[in-house]
Design a protein around this ligand. Structure first.
Ligand code: MG
Length: 511
C-alpha cells in the first residue's frame, strides 16, 4: 500500500514511535545473511524482580564476608539508578558523565554532591575510564552494583561517623563485584529463575513471529550467549516453545546455538568449541562460528544488550554489524512525547535568547556611546547599568566620535540616553523571563525521568557517556528484538542526516 503523503514512516510500518528501530549507521537487511542474538536481556526480557533477587543474594554473601547485618534491611529499588552510571571507586561516589567524560552528577552514599563540590572534585582532565579506578555500569545486570555501592557507603559511614578511606571504598566495590559474580556463578540466581520463570521473565508475545519472519526471508539465525546450555534450554523453551505451530521446539528457530561463549573473549581469542549437539556448541570463538555458518564479517548482524561485550567488541574485532537492545527507550520516548509541546516551547525560547543576547549587547554599546557624548553636561547615573567589561577601554573610542551624537543638543542626548536606558532594562527583564521559562520547561520535562540521574542517553545539552558510546558503536538500536518484525527483511536502515551545529541554525534563517 502506498502511504498517504502525510503518513509518517512509523505509521506505515504499524509501529508506535517508541518501538521503532533507530539508525546510527546504514544497514541494508538484504546484505545481511545471518542474524545472531544474545539471550539475557536481549531475546529474554527480564523483569526488575531479577535485579532485586541479585541484590538480595549478593547482600547475603557480603554479610558472610563480614559486612554488617544491617545490610539485610536494604531492599532493591529499580527506580533508584539507570544504566550507564560510573562508580568512582577511589572516592566512593557514583557519578554520571557526559559525552566528554565530564562528571555532571555525583552521589556519595545517599547524598547528592553539590555543584561546587563536584566541580572542585572533578575539575581535572576527563578520566581514562580504562584505569582501574572507574567501573562502568554497562548493562541492566549491573544496576544492582551502583545501587548497593551507594547504600553500603551510606550505611558504613553513618555507623562510623566519618568518611571511608580510599582503600575501603576500592575494597567495597571489589567485594560487591565479587558477590554479584558469585550469585551468577553459584547458580543461586539462575536456579531461582528456573523455579519461577513467570516471576522473572517478561515474555514478548511477538518474538516468535519476528524470528519466523527473518527465517522465512532466508536469514540464518543463531543464539550466542554467555549462559550455559541448561539455563539457555529452560529460558528459551519458556520463550518460544508452542508459540508457532510450525516449530517443534525453540531450537527449530535457529541454525546454530552457541552457549557459555565467554564474550567478549569469544570475539578476540580463537578457541575450538565443544560440540553439544547437531547445531549446538559450548565456548568456542568467532572464527569457528563463522566457519560453521558459512557467513562472516559484515554479512552478520549481532543483536545484544551489552555495549562492551556484545556491541563494541563484536564490531571492532569482527566487522559484524550490531544492534543494541535498550528497553529503556520505550519509557524515555513516551516521556518525551508527552512533553512534546514543552520541548518545542523550550526550543523557541533558546532561539529567542540568542536574539535577545545580541540585541542587549548592541543596546549596551549604544547606551555607553550616548553617555560619553553627554558626559560633560549630564550627571552619569548609568554606570551601574553597564557591563564592567565595557568600561573605559579603547574599543569605545569610535562610538564617542559618533557624529550623530556629537551634533545633538544636550536635551536630545538626554532623551536618547533615557530611551536606550529603558531599552537595556527591558531587554534584561526579557532575558530574565526567558531564562526562568526555559528552566521551568526543563523541570517540567525532567520530572518524567529519573530524579537523580535524568535521561539515559542525554545529559543536559549533550549526550550522556552511555548515549555517546551507543552512538559510536551500535549500528542500530531499539527497545526489543520483536520490533524487527515490523520491517521488511530487505529494509534499508539509513540514519538521519547528521547536521553540524552551524547547519542546524540554517533552518531559522529567513523565517
Ligand atoms: Mg545480555
Amino acid at each position: 500500500m502506498i502511504p498517504a503523503p502525510h503518513a509518517s514512516a512509523v505509521e506505515t510500518l504499524g509501529l508506535s514511535y517508541s518501538r521503532r528501530i533507530f539508525v546510527n549507521r546504514t544497514i541494508e537487511l538484504d546484505d545481511v545473511d545471518a542474524i545472531g542474538f544474545d539471550m539475557d536481556y536481549t531475546l529474554c526480557r527480564y523483569r526488575p524482580e531479577l535485579e532485586g533477587l541479585a541484590t538480595e543474594l549478593a547482600i547475603q554473601h557480603l554479610v558472610k564476608r563480614g559486612y554488617p547485618d544491617a545490610l539485610l534491611q536494604i531492599r532493591f529499588d529499580p527506580a533508584w539508578g539507570i544504566r550507564g552510571l560510573v562508580i568512582d571507586t577511589a572516592k566512593g561516589n557514583v557519578v554520571k558523565m557526559d559525552a566528554h567524560r565530564h562528571v555532571t552528577r555525583a552521589w556519595h552514599g545517599l547524598t547528592p554532591i553539590g555543584d561546587g563540590e563536584r566541580r572542585a572534585m572533578y575539575a581535572s582532565d576527563p578520566p581514562r575510564l580504562s584505569a582501574g579506578r572507574w567501573a562502568m555500569m554497562d548493562t541492566l545486570f549491573s544496576t544492582p552494583e551502583s545501587f548497593l555501592y551507594c547504600h553500603i557507603v551510606d550505611l558504613i559511614e553513618g555507623h562510623a561517623g566519618h568518611p571511608m578511606e580510599a582503600a575501603e571504598t576500592r575494597r567495597l566495590y571489589a567485594d560487591i563485584r565479587y558477590c554479584i559474580d558469585m550469585v551468577h556463578r553459584d547458580d543461586s540466581l539462575k536456579s531461582a529463575v528456573r523455579n519461577d520463570l513467570a516471576k522473572y521473565i517478561d515474555v514478548d508475545p511477538h518474538l516468535a513471529q519476528a524470528l519466523h519472519r527473518l527465517r522465512s526471508a532466508g536469514k540464518k539465525l543463531f543464539v550466542l550467549t554467555n549462559s550455559d546450555m541448561s539455563y539457555t534450554e529452560h529460558v528459551m523453551t519458556y520463550l518460544l516453545d508452542g508459540a508457532l505451530s510450525g516449530y517443534r521446539t525453540w531450537q527449530d528457530y535457529f541454525d546454530a546455538i552457541w552457549v557459555t561463549a565467554c564474550k567478549p573473549r569469544f570475539f578476540e581469542v580463537a578457541q575450538e568449541p565443544f560440540r553439544l549437539g547437531e547445531k549446538s556448541f559450548d565456548q568456542g570463538s568467532r572464527e569457528y562460528l563463522e566457519r560453521d555458518l558459512g557467513v562472516s564479517g559484515d554479512k552478520i548482524l549481532y543483536v545484544g544488550d551489552h555495549i562492551y561485550g556484545d556491541v563494541l567488541k563484536s564490531r571492532s574485532t569482527t566487522g559484524w554489524r550490531t544492534a543494541l537492545i535498550m528497553p529503556e527507550v520505550e519509557g524515555e520516548l513516551a516521556a518525551l512525547e508527552s512533553e512534546a509541546e514543552a520541548m518545542s516551547l523550550r526550543s523557541a525560547l533558546e532561539e529567542e535568547r540568542f536574539d535577545l543576547e545580541g540585541a542587549l549587547a548592541s543596546a549596551e554599546l549604544s547606551l555607553r556611546a550616548a553617555r560619553r557624548a553627554e558626559r560633560k553636561s549630564l550627571v552619569d547615573d548609568d554606570e551601574g547599568l553597564l557591563d564592567p567589561g565595557y568600561a573605559d577601554d579603547g574599543l569605545l573610542a569610535a562610538e564617542v566620535a559618533d557624529p550623530s551624537l556629537a551634533d545633538a543638543s544636550s536635551a536630545e542626548l538626554l532623551s536618547e540616553r533615557e530611551t536606550l536606558r529603558a531599552w537595556v532594562l527591558e531587554l534584561r527583564e526579557r532575558l530574565k523571563h526567558n531564562t526562568a521559562e526555559s528552566v521551568r520547561f526543563t523541570k517540567q520535562i525532567d520530572r518524567h525521568f529519573n530524579p537523580r540521574w535524568g535521561q539515559l542517553l542525554n545529559e543536559r545539552h549533550k549526550h550522556s557517556l552511555f548515549g555517546n558510546q551507543m552512538k559510536s558503536y551500535a549500528c542500530l538500536y531499539t527497545s526489543r528484538v520483536s520490533n524487527l518484525a515490523a520491517y521488511s527483511p530487505r529494509h534499508k536502515f539509513e540514519p538521519p542526516r547528521d547536521l553540524l551545529p552551524h547547519e542546524r541554525m540554517l533552518r531559522f534563517v529567513g523565517q
